[in-house]
Design a protein around this ligand. Structure first.
Ligand SMILES: Cc1ncc(COP(=O)(O)O)c(C=O)c1O
Length: 405
């Protein structure tokens, strides 16, 4: 078994960028990355840090687990692309059975569309002249794209833009389940559905009910109660609209924390979770269905890989990942993957301080962390290095990184 020392020192055990008899310069490695030809040539320990890593065994486990769950419950799966922002990951999810990808914002969905992903759902509404223009452009490129709206004015704007372009837009109603966007469930949503159904250039696509408030409720039973309450209102709304003779083709929603709750609710057709593929500290602590404190349905596939760059005294070392390497929106720090007892404290933009329990780390050692929150952490990186064991087998562009419009 690896000790903490051997694990952390593994990164400096071999000379950098050396594979077998062949040693590569970094310029050569950049060319290999550009050609997509790194497998068997590039090692994790070669990577410049801080680097975003994807453990492929864990990632594939997570994808298979979620896809199998959805398939077994006869629910469609449209994983949220806001988590990965990476067309290659969207493609892998589709290969595993997903019907498409969600994009949080129009610009994110544009990137997926440009990379050939279809079955897009833009989960926040498109407001303003130029965004409407871009929505039309996206619908021309990927005609099955769905947009959401939560008010009659925006629905009318979408309809006008579609009429001017001579096409029909697929539009779902965003329901207020929880405390963010959306129209109130029940009568207000049913009235909006009636007015949308009358619009000449809108195809009513159904309902979106995402309750972020329920997804991180601690303890599975409490989470179940919360999600069932909100999703129950969404299903009631669906039935109310159907009673008015309007077909509701889709009720989509759910999250990593509620996937195995929402999938059991009659009337919920589709799951749109995101974090399950990577996981993070935030999700690890919500508690599992088994009653345990650790939420272990999905493995931690995403890590930030850093190097110890300074050891001012024996009580701590400094790693090269700080505020610009991790999301900082949570009240807890990154967690050292192999030894959570070693505490990380932010040490400014570029640095983090690790309080040493013993003298286990030296300059040049590697330290790998689970991010507090996966989505905003991914958004800090241009590429993700896909690892299997000690090797890097692919490097994927996070092409929608920064696409927040
Ligand atoms: C609209 C919507 N759907 C689904 C998700 C996925 O949630 P999670 O990453 O918790 O699985 C999010 C996340 O914020 C979201 O905003």
């Amino acid at each position: 078994m690896q000790t903490r020392r051997t694990f952390l020192a593994a990164g400096i055990a071999a000379p950098a960028v050396l594979r077998g008899a062949k040693s590569y310069s970094w310029a050569e490695i950049e060319k290999m990355i550009a050609r997509g030809d790194v497998k068997g040539k590039l090692a994790k320990s070669d990577l410049p840090t801080p680097a975003l890593l994807l453990d492929m065994d864990a990632f594939e486990h997570n994808v298979t687990r979620m896809a199998t769950h959805a398939r077994d419950r006869k629910r469609s799966l449209r994983p949220h692309g806001k988590t990965h922002k990476c067309p290659e990951i969207a493609r892998r999810l589709v290969q595993a059975g997903a019907v498409g990808a969600c994009g949080a914002k129009l610009s994110e969905a544009e990137v997926f569309g440009q990379h050939g992903i279809r079955g897009l759902l833009v989960t926040t509404s498109v407001v303003g002249k130029y965004k409407l223009e871009r929505a039309i452009r996206l619908a021309k490129l990927a005609p099955d794209t769905m947009f959401v709206t939560d008010n009659t004015q925006n629905a009318a704007d979408l309809n006008d833009a579609a009429r001017a372009a001579g096409l029909k837009l697929n539009v779902a109603i965003d329901l207020l389940v929880g405390n963010r966007t959306g129209i109130k469930t029940g009568e207000p949503a049913a009235a909006l559905a009636e007015s949308i159904a009358k619009l000449s250039h809108i195809r009513f696509a159904g309902l979106q009910a995402y309750c972020g408030q329920a997804s991180h409720v601690k303890g599975w039973e409490a989470r179940r109660k919360s999600s069932e309450e909100w999703m129950g209102k969404a299903v009631e709304t669906r039935r109310m609209i159907e009673r008015r003779g309007i077909e509701v083709r889709l009720l989509t929603g759910g999250s990593t924390g509620t996937y195995n709750i929402d999938s059991e609710i009659d009337g919920v057709d589709e799951l749109q979770p995101g974090s399950f593929m990577f996981m993070d500290v935030d999700y690890n602590i919500i508690g599992g269905k088994d009653g345990g404190e650790h939420y272990g349905d999905f493995q931690n596939s995403l890590t930030v890989y850093t190097t110890v760059v300074s050891k001012p005294d024996d009580s701590y070392v400094v790693v090269d990942g700080g505020l610009k390497a991790f999301s900082t929106d949570k009240p807890f720090p990154p967690r050292l993957k192999e030894d959570p007892a070693i505490r990380y404290n932010f040490g400014g933009d570029e640095h983090g301080k690790l309080t040493l329990a013993g003298k286990a780390l030296s300059v040049g050692d590697k330290a790998e962390f689970i991010a507090p929150h996966c989505d905003p952490t991914v958004n800090l990186y241009d590429r993700i290095y896909c690892t299997r064991g000690a090797g890097v087998e692919a490097v994927w562009r996070i092409a929608a990184r920064g696409m927040s419009q």
